[in-house]
Design a protein around this ligand. Structure first.
Ligand SMILES: *Cc1c(COP(=O)(O)O)cnc(C)c1O
Length: 356
């Protein structure tokens, strides 16, 4: 069976070595040795200044919204994973959807200003598939209207834009370290920000608001990453270059062999150093997509409709103003992409797509 992705498992000896340290320390969570080491190594690997690893990639979004959005209107993209919208609603804010750019598939920055009202407090945009939003334009809009910017950068491990980590943009950026993502800790994620006071605010919120054992700074919940998660992270991190190289190989195969007179592909933003996190292709019609998907499934190959439906179609949302996102979501399919995907299988996939 070939799925859209396959979790990278480091050699078990690597993991055992890390887990042994946990047993030696007799320490499972709350700022443990492995957690601190992973934080430092990630900071260095990614080239970021302020990171808080967390339990998953959803809680850091919630925490940032809790700190910044104040129950107001949050301008957001309809083309993302459900977590982007669900966190807004969960934090009792109102999502205001702005349509996406038809080529980059990120929020269309030229349509943001028209959606701003006196209730708008923040912008939550996704660097979808690791493709950066128009970060400079968004920053200028945010400055002009005094809005906070949160980037759901769940797909962006290792992505740089204009020579620096994409996590260094926005007031807060978040990443997911879920098993299906590029770098993983089983479940896991992180919050990134640009200064120490913001980090402190976020730190309180992710640890029950504790400011000392019996003192509380404010409202908080529990989003702490455990030592067991950090052990997986420390075991996977040394393989990142290898993981990227292998994924690049798969992407280049698709690039060279798919028939792009029948398909269109993602346009990467200029000045982006990409991470090969997804391989989306856009069919001419939804019918063609469904035909190809069925043909692939008959051969036990399971691509995924990332991201379908458009988030405006969620049962708890009752607006629909983003025709481009709705249209693209109905026609986009993510092809299998992982390190051990063999050339023979790639050949089968390409033939099934090209000769439908
Ligand atoms: C995976 C993902 C998340 C959620 O991350 P988890 O670690 O699974 O909580 C959020 N946003 C996007 C765009 C994602 O793809």
């Amino acid at each position: 069976m070939i799925n859209v992705t396959k979790t990278f498992f480091p050699p078990i000896e690597d993991y055992q070595k890390q887990v042994q340290r946990i047993w030696d320390n007799q320490w499972l969570t709350n700022n443990g040795e492995l957690y601190k080491e992973l934080s430092e190594k990630l900071q260095e690997y990614l080239g970021v200044n302020h990171i808080i690893p967390m339990t998953n990639g959803t809680l850091p979004i919630q925490i940032a919204l809790n700190a910044f959005a104040n129950g107001g209107e949050v301008i957001t993209t309809p083309f993302s994973y459900v977590a982007t919208t669900a966190t807004i609603v969960w934090e009792k804010c109102t999502p205001v959807f702005v349509d996406i750019h038809p080529d980059y598939l990120t929020i269309d920055e030229t349509k943001i200003e028209a959606a701003i009202t006196d209730k708008t407090t923040a912008i939550l945009a996704t660097h979808v598939y690791g493709n950066p939003c128009a970060v400079e334009d968004i920053e200028a809009i945010a400055k002009k209207y005094h809005l906070k910017v949160i980037y759901d950068a769940a797909h962006c491990f290792g992505v740089s834009y204009k020579g620096q980590s994409i996590f260094n943009y926005g007031d807060v950026s978040t990443c997911s370290f879920h098993a299906t993502k590029l770098f993983h800790t089983g479940e896991g994620g992180a919050l990134f920000c640009q200064d120490e006071p913001t980090k402190q605010e976020m730190w309180y919120r992710h640890n029950f608001g504790h400011d000392g054992p019996e003192k509380y700074h404010g409202l908080g919940l529990n989003a702490k990453m455990s030592e067991l998660q950090a052990a997986m992270g420390l075991s996977v991190l040394p393989y990142m270059e290898q993981i990227m190289t292998e994924r690049k190989r798969v992407c280049e195969y698709y690039e060279a062999h798919l028939d792009f007179s029948q398909l269109s592909k993602l346009k990467l933003r200029e000045h982006t150093d990409w991470n090969y996190s997804y391989y989306p292709v856009i069919f001419k019609t939804e019918k063609e997509l469904l035909n190809v998907k069925t043909r692939l499934e008959e051969e036990n190959i399971n691509p995924r409709r990332y991201f379908y439906p458009s988030l405006e179609e969620l049962p708890y949302i009752n607006s629909s103003h983003c025709p481009i996102a709705k249209d693209i979501a109905s026609r986009v399919l993510c092809l299998p992409l992982y390190t051990t995907l063999k050339e023979n299988d790639l050949k089968t996939i390409v033939i099934l797509i090209n000769h439908g």
